[in-house]
Design a binder for this molecule. Structure first.
Ligand code: GDP
Ligand code: IMO
Ligand code: MG
Length: 430
């Protein structure tokens, strides 16, 4: 039976989506990125070889499934070419399997300059963005002044529009932020030759997915970032500038929501966050540092140290609700192997009341105090385990509690960064 599966992050990103998408892509005919841009960093480790992908779907390395980039993704052409070239140098001919939507908004160098300037101007209130220009690119899309990949097919029109949008960017850069302007001619001279190398990859991704569905093929949708970074439902304003929820798989690729059969929520066995914003279960002590070291929690895109904390079942409830999750995949269980005790946040205390869903808005969330349940750790190695019955009793109890608090089955457990360090309880494509 064909099945369309959405894989997304339920926390603040970096849950291990890349690993799981690569693993599951064996069963998919196509894998689609549908939002975000090269702010994402998805890591796969296959036989000890590590690959980090920022724009290409994580199925690119396996070399079988078609790789699609939907209209919801903002594209930096140079980055796209860089990733294609890096894979080609390893003998992985991804171009033959790649289709990028005409409707993808472009990320320009001036978007990155604006991103940096805005962050500097916010000073102590900075979001901690990746400085990739993602926010400004989405702003231009919504303001209906952005350029799209399809515009590259009309070079004269493109040059005109670029001059006009960069006029606007440079006005802001110079007059509002007192920053340096970005040279429009230089930008054009960089983009046009690069564009020539990608125009044959452009196409109608919506029509392609429709066709795949008609042919009874299975399509997987690969989310970037995580639910708590969603522009509407996340910890606004400390969020990214796209919808990261399951519904975005439909709008960001051009299919109807009823085509989505199953939504897998990737959740780390603890919590991490990069950048600023409230994080109720954050551990600012030695234990947080231990998780960071054990879990190698340093950003795949910016190499920043990730903030670490206990598992937050309250936040997960919001993800379940907003994304309509079918099941969970719990990753990085092995990172907690040495802990004598583990904690799960089961509720928040807010203004003297106990609440079971996170409030909207960063200010209110910052007022919440976590209420914890403490459990005994397992203090045995789970790293690399591939069978559920091999798990220590206390690890099983920890997972069972996560399942109970979220009301969701745990279909996959990840016990290491390697592709096959995985316990498949129930295969999403089954
Ligand atoms: P993504 O953005 O959700 O794809 O996640 P990242 O790639 O940014 O971060 C996840 C990190 O954890 C990567 O370095 C992965 O190689 C690694 N990883 C994924 N799953 C596991 C796991 O189960 N155990 C361990 N120890 N590492 C994992
Ligand atoms: P993956 O797909 C973790 C965070 C940034 C910042 C906020 C806004 O690898 O899980 P942006 O550059 O998007 O305007 O930054 O969002 N952020 C991520 N954090 N993983 C990601 O992607 C992220 N992409 C953006 O750190 O807090
Ligand atoms: Mg990442």
């Amino acid at each position: 039976m064909p099945k369309n599966v959405v894989v997304l992050g339920t926390q603040w990103g970096d849950e291990g989506k890349g690993k799981i998408v690569d693993l599951l892509s064996e069963h998919a005919d196509a894998v689609v990125r549908f939002q975000g841009g090269h702010n994402a960093g998805h890591t796969l480790v296959i036989d000890g070889e590590k690959t980090v992908l920022h724009l290409l779907p994580a199925a690119a390395v396996r070399g079988v499934a078609e790789c699609l980039i939907g209209n919801g993704v903002v594209v930096n052409i140079q980055q796209l070419l860089k990733e294609i070239t890096q894979l080609e140098e390893r003998g992985i001919l991804v171009r033959e399997r790649l289709l990028v939507s005409y409707a993808c908004p472009l990320v320009l160098p001036s978007h990155a300059a604006l991103d940096v300037a805005r962050e500097q101007a916010r000073a102590g209130d900075a979001i901690g963005t990746t400085h990739r220009g993602i926010g400004p690119a989405y702003e231009d899309k919504v303001a209906r002044r952005g350029l799209r990949l399809g515009d590259l097919l009309r070079p004269e029109y493109f040059a005109q529009r670029l001059a006009s949008v960069m006029d606007y960017h440079n006005y802001l850069l110079q007059n509002l932020f007192h920053a340096e302007a970005v040279d429009p001619q230089l930008t054009l001279d960089q983009i046009l030759p690069a564009a020539e190398r990608i125009t044959n990859l452009l196409g109608d991704v919506s029509a392609k997915i429709w066709q795949l569905c008609e042919q009874q093929k299975s399509v997987m949708f690969e989310g970037a970032q995580g639910m708590l970074l969603d522009i509407d439902h996340g910890t606004y304003p400390y969020v990214t500038s796209s919808n990261t929820t399951a519904a975005a798989a439909a709008t960001g690729s051009g299919i109807g929501p009823l085509a989505l059969d199953y939504v897998l929520g990737i959740t780390k066995a603890y919590a991490t966050r990069v950048g600023a914003g409230p994080f109720p279960t954050e551990l600012s002590d030695a234990l947080g540092a231990q998780l960071r070291t054990q879990g190698n929690e340093f950003g795949a895109t910016t190499n920043r140290a990730r903030r670490c904390g206990w598992f937050d079942a309250v936040a997960l409830r919001r993800s379940r609700q907003v994304c309509g999750l079918s099941a969970l995949c719990v990753t990085k269980l092995d990172v907690m192997d040495e802990l004598a005790q583990v904690k799960i946040c089961t509720a928040y205390r807010h203004h003297g009341k106990s609440i079971h869903l996170p409030p909207y808005g960063a200010e209110a969330l910052a007022e919440c105090e976590p209420i914890y349940q403490t459990m005994d750790g397992w203090q045995q190695a789970t790293r690399g385990l591939r069978q559920y019955h091999q798990l220590p009793q206390n690890a099983k109890a920890y997972l069972a509690r996560i399942s109970e608090l979220s009301g969701l089955p745990i279909d996959i457990i990840s016990t290491g960064a390697e592709r096959n360090d995985t316990i498949m309880v129930q295969h999403p494509f089954a």
